[in-house]
Design a protein. Structure first.
Length: 553
Protein backbone atom coordinates (compact mmCIF):
# COMPACT_ATOMS: atom_id res chain seq x y z
CA UNK A 1 0.00 0.00 0.00
CA UNK A 2 1.07 3.59 -0.66
CA UNK A 3 2.31 5.63 2.27
CA UNK A 4 1.08 8.87 0.63
CA UNK A 5 -1.44 10.71 2.81
CA UNK A 6 -4.36 11.84 0.67
CA UNK A 7 -5.90 15.16 1.69
CA UNK A 8 -9.28 16.40 0.55
CA UNK A 9 -9.63 19.39 -1.79
CA UNK A 10 -13.02 21.09 -1.68
CA UNK A 11 -14.54 22.03 -5.03
CA UNK A 12 -16.15 25.46 -4.95
CA UNK A 13 -18.26 25.84 -8.09
CA UNK A 14 -18.89 29.39 -9.21
CA UNK A 15 -20.54 28.62 -12.56
CA UNK A 16 -23.74 30.34 -11.44
CA UNK A 17 -21.93 33.47 -10.28
CA UNK A 18 -18.55 34.12 -11.92
CA UNK A 19 -19.37 31.86 -14.85
CA UNK A 20 -22.62 33.68 -15.53
CA UNK A 21 -20.70 36.94 -15.78
CA UNK A 22 -19.29 35.70 -19.08
CA UNK A 23 -20.80 37.84 -21.86
CA UNK A 24 -24.00 36.25 -23.11
CA UNK A 25 -24.14 33.54 -20.44
CA UNK A 26 -27.04 34.99 -18.45
CA UNK A 27 -29.29 32.30 -16.95
CA UNK A 28 -32.89 32.50 -15.83
CA UNK A 29 -33.82 31.40 -12.31
CA UNK A 30 -35.24 28.03 -13.49
CA UNK A 31 -32.09 27.42 -15.54
CA UNK A 32 -29.93 28.19 -12.50
CA UNK A 33 -31.93 25.68 -10.47
CA UNK A 34 -31.45 23.04 -13.14
CA UNK A 35 -27.69 23.61 -13.22
CA UNK A 36 -27.56 23.61 -9.41
CA UNK A 37 -29.26 20.20 -9.29
CA UNK A 38 -26.69 18.82 -11.71
CA UNK A 39 -23.92 20.27 -9.52
CA UNK A 40 -25.42 18.29 -6.64
CA UNK A 41 -25.25 15.13 -8.75
CA UNK A 42 -21.66 16.08 -9.57
CA UNK A 43 -21.12 16.30 -5.78
CA UNK A 44 -19.48 19.71 -5.65
CA UNK A 45 -18.85 20.87 -2.09
CA UNK A 46 -19.90 24.53 -2.43
CA UNK A 47 -22.24 26.17 -4.93
CA UNK A 48 -21.76 29.91 -5.28
CA UNK A 49 -25.32 30.56 -6.36
CA UNK A 50 -25.00 34.22 -7.30
CA UNK A 51 -24.68 37.82 -6.19
CA UNK A 52 -27.89 38.51 -4.19
CA UNK A 53 -27.50 42.30 -3.92
CA UNK A 54 -26.96 42.74 -7.66
CA UNK A 55 -30.67 42.69 -8.54
CA UNK A 56 -34.02 41.35 -7.32
CA UNK A 57 -33.71 38.57 -9.91
CA UNK A 58 -30.32 37.51 -8.59
CA UNK A 59 -31.60 37.53 -5.00
CA UNK A 60 -34.59 35.41 -6.00
CA UNK A 61 -32.38 32.90 -7.82
CA UNK A 62 -29.99 32.52 -4.87
CA UNK A 63 -32.90 32.20 -2.45
CA UNK A 64 -34.57 29.57 -4.66
CA UNK A 65 -31.36 27.52 -4.82
CA UNK A 66 -30.90 27.83 -1.05
CA UNK A 67 -34.49 26.69 -0.55
CA UNK A 68 -34.78 23.89 -3.11
CA UNK A 69 -31.19 22.64 -3.33
CA UNK A 70 -29.49 23.81 -0.15
CA UNK A 71 -32.22 22.46 2.09
CA UNK A 72 -31.37 18.97 0.86
CA UNK A 73 -35.00 17.89 0.44
CA UNK A 74 -34.13 15.88 -2.68
CA UNK A 75 -31.22 14.03 -1.03
CA UNK A 76 -31.21 10.96 1.15
CA UNK A 77 -30.58 11.37 4.86
CA UNK A 78 -27.12 9.88 4.33
CA UNK A 79 -25.99 12.78 2.17
CA UNK A 80 -25.49 16.37 3.19
CA UNK A 81 -26.47 19.10 0.72
CA UNK A 82 -23.72 21.32 -0.63
CA UNK A 83 -22.88 24.60 1.05
CA UNK A 84 -24.83 27.40 -0.64
CA UNK A 85 -22.74 30.54 -0.95
CA UNK A 86 -23.61 34.06 -2.00
CA UNK A 87 -21.23 36.83 -3.02
CA UNK A 88 -21.30 40.24 -1.34
CA UNK A 89 -19.27 43.39 -1.72
CA UNK A 90 -17.80 44.71 1.52
CA UNK A 91 -20.85 46.84 2.35
CA UNK A 92 -23.55 46.31 4.99
CA UNK A 93 -26.29 46.26 2.33
CA UNK A 94 -24.63 43.50 0.32
CA UNK A 95 -23.69 41.36 3.30
CA UNK A 96 -27.15 41.57 4.85
CA UNK A 97 -28.89 40.87 1.52
CA UNK A 98 -26.66 37.84 1.06
CA UNK A 99 -27.46 36.51 4.53
CA UNK A 100 -31.20 36.74 3.85
CA UNK A 101 -30.91 35.07 0.44
CA UNK A 102 -29.00 32.00 1.67
CA UNK A 103 -30.92 31.65 4.94
CA UNK A 104 -33.04 28.60 3.92
CA UNK A 105 -29.96 26.45 3.20
CA UNK A 106 -28.87 23.90 5.80
CA UNK A 107 -25.22 24.80 5.15
CA UNK A 108 -24.51 28.36 4.05
CA UNK A 109 -21.65 30.76 3.48
CA UNK A 110 -21.20 34.49 2.92
CA UNK A 111 -18.39 35.36 0.52
CA UNK A 112 -17.35 38.99 0.77
CA UNK A 113 -14.55 40.75 -1.07
CA UNK A 114 -12.63 43.99 -1.36
CA UNK A 115 -9.88 44.92 -3.80
CA UNK A 116 -6.41 45.25 -2.29
CA UNK A 117 -4.13 46.25 -5.18
CA UNK A 118 -3.08 49.89 -5.22
CA UNK A 119 -4.41 50.08 -8.78
CA UNK A 120 -7.92 49.17 -7.66
CA UNK A 121 -7.76 51.12 -4.41
CA UNK A 122 -6.77 54.32 -6.18
CA UNK A 123 -8.71 54.19 -9.42
CA UNK A 124 -11.78 52.08 -8.64
CA UNK A 125 -12.49 52.36 -4.92
CA UNK A 126 -10.72 55.69 -4.24
CA UNK A 127 -9.85 54.30 -0.84
CA UNK A 128 -6.68 54.39 1.25
CA UNK A 129 -4.99 51.24 2.48
CA UNK A 130 -5.98 52.05 6.04
CA UNK A 131 -9.61 52.54 5.09
CA UNK A 132 -9.51 49.23 3.23
CA UNK A 133 -8.13 47.44 6.31
CA UNK A 134 -10.87 48.90 8.49
CA UNK A 135 -13.58 47.99 5.95
CA UNK A 136 -12.37 44.40 5.72
CA UNK A 137 -12.41 43.98 9.48
CA UNK A 138 -15.86 45.55 9.86
CA UNK A 139 -17.55 43.67 7.01
CA UNK A 140 -16.06 40.28 7.83
CA UNK A 141 -17.18 40.76 11.43
CA UNK A 142 -20.69 41.68 10.23
CA UNK A 143 -20.79 38.63 7.97
CA UNK A 144 -19.61 36.38 10.80
CA UNK A 145 -22.38 37.72 13.04
CA UNK A 146 -24.88 36.56 10.41
CA UNK A 147 -23.27 33.30 9.31
CA UNK A 148 -20.76 30.91 10.88
CA UNK A 149 -18.99 30.28 7.56
CA UNK A 150 -17.39 33.39 6.06
CA UNK A 151 -15.06 33.60 3.10
CA UNK A 152 -13.02 36.70 2.32
CA UNK A 153 -11.32 37.51 -0.99
CA UNK A 154 -8.75 40.27 -1.54
CA UNK A 155 -9.63 41.11 -5.13
CA UNK A 156 -6.65 41.47 -7.50
CA UNK A 157 -4.46 39.76 -4.92
CA UNK A 158 -1.83 38.77 -7.49
CA UNK A 159 -1.10 42.45 -8.22
CA UNK A 160 -1.26 43.60 -4.60
CA UNK A 161 1.69 44.64 -2.46
CA UNK A 162 2.68 41.48 -0.56
CA UNK A 163 3.16 43.16 2.82
CA UNK A 164 -0.22 44.92 2.63
CA UNK A 165 -1.91 41.74 1.40
CA UNK A 166 -0.62 39.95 4.49
CA UNK A 167 -2.03 42.72 6.71
CA UNK A 168 -5.42 42.31 5.03
CA UNK A 169 -5.34 38.53 5.46
CA UNK A 170 -4.54 38.87 9.16
CA UNK A 171 -7.33 41.43 9.61
CA UNK A 172 -9.84 39.15 7.89
CA UNK A 173 -8.90 36.13 10.01
CA UNK A 174 -8.97 38.12 13.25
CA UNK A 175 -12.44 39.43 12.31
CA UNK A 176 -13.76 35.89 11.86
CA UNK A 177 -13.09 34.75 8.29
CA UNK A 178 -12.94 30.96 8.02
CA UNK A 179 -11.72 30.82 4.41
CA UNK A 180 -9.17 33.07 2.71
CA UNK A 181 -9.64 33.01 -1.04
CA UNK A 182 -6.76 34.42 -3.09
CA UNK A 183 -7.94 35.61 -6.51
CA UNK A 184 -5.73 36.01 -9.54
CA UNK A 185 -8.49 38.29 -10.76
CA UNK A 186 -7.05 39.21 -14.14
CA UNK A 187 -5.06 36.04 -14.81
CA UNK A 188 -1.73 37.81 -14.35
CA UNK A 189 0.24 35.38 -12.21
CA UNK A 190 2.46 32.50 -13.27
CA UNK A 191 2.33 29.17 -11.40
CA UNK A 192 5.57 29.90 -9.51
CA UNK A 193 4.31 33.34 -8.49
CA UNK A 194 0.93 32.01 -7.42
CA UNK A 195 2.55 29.25 -5.36
CA UNK A 196 4.70 31.86 -3.59
CA UNK A 197 1.67 34.12 -3.08
CA UNK A 198 -0.30 31.44 -1.21
CA UNK A 199 2.73 30.17 0.68
CA UNK A 200 3.42 33.74 1.86
CA UNK A 201 -0.13 34.21 3.11
CA UNK A 202 -0.05 30.88 4.90
CA UNK A 203 3.16 31.93 6.67
CA UNK A 204 1.72 35.37 7.53
CA UNK A 205 -1.34 33.99 9.33
CA UNK A 206 0.50 31.04 10.94
CA UNK A 207 1.16 32.86 14.27
CA UNK A 208 -2.57 33.60 14.69
CA UNK A 209 -4.58 31.49 17.09
CA UNK A 210 -6.58 28.86 15.19
CA UNK A 211 -4.77 29.54 11.93
CA UNK A 212 -4.52 25.80 11.29
CA UNK A 213 -8.31 25.80 10.84
CA UNK A 214 -8.27 28.57 8.21
CA UNK A 215 -8.70 27.15 4.73
CA UNK A 216 -6.83 28.73 1.82
CA UNK A 217 -8.65 28.84 -1.50
CA UNK A 218 -7.41 29.32 -5.08
CA UNK A 219 -9.40 31.39 -7.58
CA UNK A 220 -7.72 31.87 -10.96
CA UNK A 221 -8.66 33.39 -14.31
CA UNK A 222 -7.43 32.30 -17.71
CA UNK A 223 -6.25 35.50 -19.39
CA UNK A 224 -2.82 33.97 -20.05
CA UNK A 225 -4.14 30.40 -20.30
CA UNK A 226 -2.72 29.57 -16.86
CA UNK A 227 -5.85 29.32 -14.70
CA UNK A 228 -5.72 25.55 -14.19
CA UNK A 229 -1.92 25.50 -13.82
CA UNK A 230 -2.10 28.28 -11.24
CA UNK A 231 -4.92 26.53 -9.36
CA UNK A 232 -2.87 23.32 -9.18
CA UNK A 233 0.13 25.34 -7.99
CA UNK A 234 -2.10 26.81 -5.28
CA UNK A 235 -3.10 23.33 -4.17
CA UNK A 236 0.57 22.36 -3.92
CA UNK A 237 1.10 25.48 -1.80
CA UNK A 238 -1.55 24.33 0.66
CA UNK A 239 -4.89 25.50 -0.75
CA UNK A 240 -7.59 22.98 0.12
CA UNK A 241 -10.37 24.69 -1.76
CA UNK A 242 -10.32 25.55 -5.45
CA UNK A 243 -12.83 27.83 -7.16
CA UNK A 244 -13.76 26.88 -10.70
CA UNK A 245 -16.54 26.73 -13.28
CA UNK A 246 -17.95 24.05 -15.56
CA UNK A 247 -16.35 24.37 -19.01
CA UNK A 248 -14.17 27.17 -17.64
CA UNK A 249 -16.74 29.86 -18.49
CA UNK A 250 -16.34 33.26 -16.87
CA UNK A 251 -15.24 36.85 -17.30
CA UNK A 252 -13.09 37.57 -20.37
CA UNK A 253 -11.05 34.39 -21.08
CA UNK A 254 -12.85 32.51 -18.33
CA UNK A 255 -12.17 30.83 -14.99
CA UNK A 256 -10.25 27.70 -14.15
CA UNK A 257 -12.17 24.73 -15.58
CA UNK A 258 -13.65 22.41 -12.96
CA UNK A 259 -13.33 19.32 -15.14
CA UNK A 260 -9.64 19.94 -15.84
CA UNK A 261 -8.71 20.51 -12.20
CA UNK A 262 -10.69 17.52 -10.96
CA UNK A 263 -9.33 15.14 -13.57
CA UNK A 264 -5.77 16.41 -13.08
CA UNK A 265 -6.04 15.61 -9.37
CA UNK A 266 -7.74 12.29 -10.15
CA UNK A 267 -5.33 11.18 -12.87
CA UNK A 268 -2.19 12.40 -11.09
CA UNK A 269 -3.26 11.53 -7.56
CA UNK A 270 0.12 10.01 -6.71
CA UNK A 271 1.79 13.32 -7.62
CA UNK A 272 -0.59 15.74 -5.90
CA UNK A 273 -1.51 13.49 -2.98
CA UNK A 274 -5.03 14.92 -2.76
CA UNK A 275 -8.51 13.83 -3.78
CA UNK A 276 -11.93 15.39 -4.34
CA UNK A 277 -15.45 14.18 -3.62
CA UNK A 278 -16.55 14.71 -7.23
CA UNK A 279 -18.46 11.99 -9.08
CA UNK A 280 -16.42 12.27 -12.26
CA UNK A 281 -19.00 10.26 -14.23
CA UNK A 282 -21.26 13.32 -14.08
CA UNK A 283 -18.71 15.67 -15.68
CA UNK A 284 -19.80 15.23 -19.30
CA UNK A 285 -23.48 15.76 -18.46
CA UNK A 286 -22.66 18.88 -16.47
CA UNK A 287 -20.64 20.18 -19.39
CA UNK A 288 -23.43 19.58 -21.89
CA UNK A 289 -26.07 21.14 -19.65
CA UNK A 290 -24.06 24.31 -19.01
CA UNK A 291 -23.19 24.64 -22.70
CA UNK A 292 -26.85 24.26 -23.71
CA UNK A 293 -28.23 26.60 -21.08
CA UNK A 294 -25.66 29.36 -21.52
CA UNK A 295 -25.28 29.05 -25.28
CA UNK A 296 -21.51 28.90 -24.77
CA UNK A 297 -20.25 26.05 -26.94
CA UNK A 298 -17.34 23.83 -25.97
CA UNK A 299 -14.36 23.89 -28.34
CA UNK A 300 -13.71 20.48 -29.96
CA UNK A 301 -10.14 20.43 -28.62
CA UNK A 302 -11.19 21.37 -25.08
CA UNK A 303 -9.53 19.11 -22.52
CA UNK A 304 -11.73 16.44 -20.89
CA UNK A 305 -15.09 17.45 -22.40
CA UNK A 306 -14.29 18.53 -25.98
CA UNK A 307 -15.56 16.39 -28.84
CA UNK A 308 -11.99 15.43 -29.74
CA UNK A 309 -10.79 14.76 -26.19
CA UNK A 310 -10.90 10.99 -26.72
CA UNK A 311 -10.70 10.92 -30.54
CA UNK A 312 -7.73 9.41 -32.36
CA UNK A 313 -7.19 10.06 -36.07
CA UNK A 314 -3.48 9.47 -36.66
CA UNK A 315 -2.79 5.90 -37.73
CA UNK A 316 -0.01 5.39 -35.20
CA UNK A 317 -2.32 6.56 -32.39
CA UNK A 318 -5.20 4.40 -33.56
CA UNK A 319 -2.96 1.35 -33.75
CA UNK A 320 -1.63 1.99 -30.26
CA UNK A 321 -5.08 2.51 -28.72
CA UNK A 322 -6.40 -0.66 -30.34
CA UNK A 323 -3.52 -2.64 -28.85
CA UNK A 324 -3.65 -0.95 -25.44
CA UNK A 325 -5.75 2.10 -24.57
CA UNK A 326 -3.20 3.56 -22.17
CA UNK A 327 -0.71 4.08 -25.02
CA UNK A 328 -2.49 7.31 -25.95
CA UNK A 329 -5.19 7.76 -23.29
CA UNK A 330 -4.33 8.79 -19.74
CA UNK A 331 -7.93 8.28 -18.63
CA UNK A 332 -10.84 6.26 -19.97
CA UNK A 333 -13.75 8.25 -21.44
CA UNK A 334 -16.23 6.37 -19.23
CA UNK A 335 -14.56 7.96 -16.19
CA UNK A 336 -16.03 11.35 -17.13
CA UNK A 337 -19.30 9.97 -18.48
CA UNK A 338 -18.76 10.55 -22.20
CA UNK A 339 -19.87 7.10 -23.39
CA UNK A 340 -23.53 8.18 -23.45
CA UNK A 341 -24.76 4.70 -24.33
CA UNK A 342 -25.76 3.04 -21.07
CA UNK A 343 -29.30 2.55 -22.41
CA UNK A 344 -30.26 2.87 -26.06
CA UNK A 345 -33.89 3.56 -26.87
CA UNK A 346 -35.68 3.35 -30.21
CA UNK A 347 -38.96 4.04 -31.97
CA UNK A 348 -40.64 1.08 -30.25
CA UNK A 349 -39.75 2.29 -26.74
CA UNK A 350 -42.70 3.34 -24.62
CA UNK A 351 -43.32 6.35 -22.43
CA UNK A 352 -42.50 4.40 -19.25
CA UNK A 353 -39.04 3.34 -20.46
CA UNK A 354 -38.24 6.86 -21.64
CA UNK A 355 -39.44 8.41 -18.41
CA UNK A 356 -37.43 5.93 -16.35
CA UNK A 357 -34.23 6.75 -18.24
CA UNK A 358 -34.88 10.48 -18.01
CA UNK A 359 -35.33 10.11 -14.26
CA UNK A 360 -32.05 8.18 -14.05
CA UNK A 361 -30.39 11.04 -15.94
CA UNK A 362 -31.72 13.50 -13.38
CA UNK A 363 -34.64 14.98 -15.34
CA UNK A 364 -37.68 15.25 -13.06
CA UNK A 365 -40.45 16.18 -15.49
CA UNK A 366 -44.07 17.04 -14.91
CA UNK A 367 -46.70 15.18 -16.94
CA UNK A 368 -47.06 18.13 -19.30
CA UNK A 369 -43.29 18.39 -19.78
CA UNK A 370 -43.04 14.64 -20.30
CA UNK A 371 -45.68 14.87 -22.98
CA UNK A 372 -43.66 17.42 -24.94
CA UNK A 373 -40.38 15.55 -24.48
CA UNK A 374 -41.90 12.18 -25.42
CA UNK A 375 -43.46 13.64 -28.57
CA UNK A 376 -40.06 14.96 -29.63
CA UNK A 377 -38.43 11.64 -28.68
CA UNK A 378 -40.81 9.78 -31.00
CA UNK A 379 -40.09 12.26 -33.79
CA UNK A 380 -36.33 11.76 -33.37
CA UNK A 381 -36.66 7.97 -33.02
CA UNK A 382 -38.53 7.82 -36.33
CA UNK A 383 -35.60 9.58 -38.03
CA UNK A 384 -32.71 7.59 -36.53
CA UNK A 385 -32.29 4.02 -35.34
CA UNK A 386 -31.18 4.64 -31.78
CA UNK A 387 -31.61 7.44 -29.25
CA UNK A 388 -28.98 7.47 -26.52
CA UNK A 389 -28.37 9.53 -23.37
CA UNK A 390 -26.79 12.42 -25.24
CA UNK A 391 -29.81 12.62 -27.54
CA UNK A 392 -32.16 12.56 -24.54
CA UNK A 393 -30.28 15.41 -22.84
CA UNK A 394 -30.46 17.45 -26.05
CA UNK A 395 -34.16 16.72 -26.49
CA UNK A 396 -34.92 17.88 -22.95
CA UNK A 397 -32.77 20.98 -23.46
CA UNK A 398 -34.52 21.77 -26.72
CA UNK A 399 -38.03 21.29 -25.37
CA UNK A 400 -37.74 22.65 -21.85
CA UNK A 401 -34.63 24.81 -21.88
CA UNK A 402 -36.38 27.99 -22.83
CA UNK A 403 -38.69 30.42 -21.03
CA UNK A 404 -42.46 30.13 -21.20
CA UNK A 405 -43.32 30.37 -24.86
CA UNK A 406 -44.73 33.58 -26.27
CA UNK A 407 -44.25 32.03 -29.71
CA UNK A 408 -44.00 28.37 -30.72
CA UNK A 409 -42.73 27.10 -34.06
CA UNK A 410 -45.43 24.98 -35.70
CA UNK A 411 -44.49 25.19 -39.39
CA UNK A 412 -41.30 25.62 -41.41
CA UNK A 413 -40.66 25.36 -45.12
CA UNK A 414 -37.31 26.30 -46.63
CA UNK A 415 -36.18 26.48 -50.24
CA UNK A 416 -32.58 26.94 -51.38
CA UNK A 417 -30.12 25.77 -54.00
CA UNK A 418 -27.35 26.81 -56.36
CA UNK A 419 -29.71 28.60 -58.77
CA UNK A 420 -32.38 29.98 -56.45
CA UNK A 421 -32.69 32.66 -53.80
CA UNK A 422 -33.04 31.07 -50.34
CA UNK A 423 -36.52 31.52 -48.90
CA UNK A 424 -38.37 30.46 -45.77
CA UNK A 425 -41.96 30.34 -44.57
CA UNK A 426 -42.63 30.01 -40.85
CA UNK A 427 -45.75 29.52 -38.80
CA UNK A 428 -45.62 30.68 -35.19
CA UNK A 429 -48.37 30.00 -32.67
CA UNK A 430 -48.73 32.94 -30.28
CA UNK A 431 -49.92 33.02 -26.66
CA UNK A 432 -53.58 33.25 -27.76
CA UNK A 433 -53.31 30.04 -29.79
CA UNK A 434 -53.47 31.80 -33.15
CA UNK A 435 -50.96 30.80 -35.83
CA UNK A 436 -49.25 33.61 -37.72
CA UNK A 437 -47.49 32.96 -41.04
CA UNK A 438 -44.71 34.92 -42.72
CA UNK A 439 -42.23 34.39 -45.55
CA UNK A 440 -38.87 35.97 -46.32
CA UNK A 441 -35.80 35.69 -48.53
CA UNK A 442 -32.24 35.76 -47.24
CA UNK A 443 -28.57 35.30 -48.06
CA UNK A 444 -28.91 31.64 -47.05
CA UNK A 445 -31.46 29.34 -45.42
CA UNK A 446 -30.50 30.42 -41.89
CA UNK A 447 -30.80 34.12 -42.77
CA UNK A 448 -34.12 33.48 -44.51
CA UNK A 449 -35.50 31.65 -41.45
CA UNK A 450 -34.45 34.47 -39.11
CA UNK A 451 -35.98 37.10 -41.38
CA UNK A 452 -39.24 35.17 -41.61
CA UNK A 453 -39.43 34.88 -37.80
CA UNK A 454 -38.72 38.61 -37.51
CA UNK A 455 -41.58 39.28 -39.91
CA UNK A 456 -43.91 37.70 -37.35
CA UNK A 457 -42.48 38.95 -34.03
CA UNK A 458 -41.09 42.30 -35.19
CA UNK A 459 -37.58 43.46 -35.98
CA UNK A 460 -36.32 43.36 -32.39
CA UNK A 461 -32.91 41.69 -32.58
CA UNK A 462 -29.95 40.71 -34.71
CA UNK A 463 -28.30 37.29 -34.90
CA UNK A 464 -24.73 37.74 -33.64
CA UNK A 465 -23.63 34.12 -33.13
CA UNK A 466 -24.61 30.82 -34.73
CA UNK A 467 -23.04 27.44 -33.97
CA UNK A 468 -23.87 23.84 -34.84
CA UNK A 469 -22.73 20.68 -33.08
CA UNK A 470 -23.52 17.05 -33.80
CA UNK A 471 -24.90 15.69 -30.53
CA UNK A 472 -24.09 12.13 -31.54
CA UNK A 473 -22.22 10.41 -34.34
CA UNK A 474 -23.39 9.24 -37.76
CA UNK A 475 -25.29 10.55 -40.73
CA UNK A 476 -28.55 10.53 -38.75
CA UNK A 477 -27.06 12.42 -35.81
CA UNK A 478 -29.18 14.81 -33.80
CA UNK A 479 -27.87 18.31 -34.40
CA UNK A 480 -27.71 20.93 -31.69
CA UNK A 481 -27.87 24.58 -32.73
CA UNK A 482 -27.04 27.48 -30.44
CA UNK A 483 -27.85 31.05 -31.45
CA UNK A 484 -27.22 34.31 -29.70
CA UNK A 485 -29.17 37.50 -30.32
CA UNK A 486 -28.51 41.09 -29.47
CA UNK A 487 -31.49 43.47 -29.08
CA UNK A 488 -31.62 46.31 -31.58
CA UNK A 489 -31.90 48.81 -28.72
CA UNK A 490 -28.39 47.80 -27.60
CA UNK A 491 -26.87 48.49 -31.03
CA UNK A 492 -26.19 51.70 -32.93
CA UNK A 493 -27.21 52.44 -36.50
CA UNK A 494 -24.13 50.67 -37.82
CA UNK A 495 -25.02 47.45 -35.99
CA UNK A 496 -22.27 47.86 -33.40
CA UNK A 497 -22.69 47.49 -29.64
CA UNK A 498 -23.93 50.59 -27.85
CA UNK A 499 -21.94 50.32 -24.63
CA UNK A 500 -24.14 52.89 -22.93
CA UNK A 501 -26.73 50.13 -22.86
CA UNK A 502 -24.38 47.54 -21.39
CA UNK A 503 -25.07 46.27 -17.90
CA UNK A 504 -23.47 44.20 -15.20
CA UNK A 505 -24.19 43.04 -11.67
CA UNK A 506 -20.58 43.50 -10.62
CA UNK A 507 -19.45 46.68 -12.30
CA UNK A 508 -18.04 44.94 -15.39
CA UNK A 509 -19.72 46.13 -18.60
CA UNK A 510 -21.24 43.47 -20.78
CA UNK A 511 -23.71 43.84 -23.66
CA UNK A 512 -27.12 42.23 -23.41
CA UNK A 513 -27.43 39.02 -25.37
CA UNK A 514 -29.98 36.22 -25.38
CA UNK A 515 -29.26 32.60 -26.25
CA UNK A 516 -31.48 29.88 -27.67
CA UNK A 517 -30.91 26.17 -28.24
CA UNK A 518 -32.62 23.77 -30.63
CA UNK A 519 -32.08 20.07 -31.31
CA UNK A 520 -33.31 18.22 -34.39
CA UNK A 521 -32.07 15.82 -37.05
CA UNK A 522 -32.75 18.68 -39.52
CA UNK A 523 -30.30 21.48 -38.77
CA UNK A 524 -32.52 24.18 -40.28
CA UNK A 525 -35.43 23.12 -38.06
CA UNK A 526 -33.08 23.18 -35.06
CA UNK A 527 -32.00 26.67 -36.14
CA UNK A 528 -35.57 27.91 -36.27
CA UNK A 529 -36.33 26.45 -32.85
CA UNK A 530 -33.19 27.99 -31.36
CA UNK A 531 -33.93 31.40 -32.88
CA UNK A 532 -37.55 31.39 -31.68
CA UNK A 533 -36.34 30.32 -28.20
CA UNK A 534 -33.90 33.24 -28.06
CA UNK A 535 -36.64 35.64 -29.23
CA UNK A 536 -38.91 34.35 -26.45
CA UNK A 537 -36.15 34.93 -23.89
CA UNK A 538 -35.63 38.49 -25.15
CA UNK A 539 -39.34 39.34 -25.14
CA UNK A 540 -39.79 37.83 -21.67
CA UNK A 541 -36.87 39.88 -20.35
CA UNK A 542 -38.32 43.05 -21.86
CA UNK A 543 -41.71 42.33 -20.29
CA UNK A 544 -40.13 41.69 -16.87
CA UNK A 545 -38.12 44.91 -17.13
CA UNK A 546 -41.25 46.88 -18.02
CA UNK A 547 -43.12 45.32 -15.07
CA UNK A 548 -40.27 46.28 -12.71
CA UNK A 549 -40.32 49.87 -13.97
CA UNK A 550 -44.11 50.09 -13.55
CA UNK A 551 -43.95 48.75 -9.99
CA UNK A 552 -41.12 51.17 -9.11
CA UNK A 553 -43.06 54.12 -10.46
Amino acid sequence: MSNVTVDRVWIFDTTLRDGEQSPGCTLTSPEKLEVARQLVRLRVDIIEAGFPAASPGDWDAVHAIATEVGAGVELSELREPPIICGLARATPHDVEACARAIAPARRRRIHTFLATSDLHLEHKLRMSRQAALETVAQMVALARSLCDDVEFSPEDASRSDAAFLHEVAIAAVEAGATILNIPDTVGYATPDEYYALLAGIRAAIAPLRGSDRIMLSAHCHDDLGLAVANSLAGIRAGARQVECTVNGIGERAGNAALEEIVMALHTRSSFYGVSTGIDTRQIARASRLVAQRTGSRVAPNKAIVGANAFAHEAGIHQDGVIKHRLTYEIMVPEAVGVDGNSLVLGKHSGRHAVRLRLRQLGHALSDAEMGRVFARFKDVADRKKHVDDRDLDAIVAGELGRPARLFELVLLQVGCGTHSTPSATVGLRDATGATRLASAHGDGPVDAVCRAVNAVVGDVARLVEFSVDAVTEGIDALGGVTVRLRPLDSMNVDGEINHDDAYSSTGYARPRTFAGFGAHTDIIVATAEAYVGAINALLRANAAQLETVQVAS
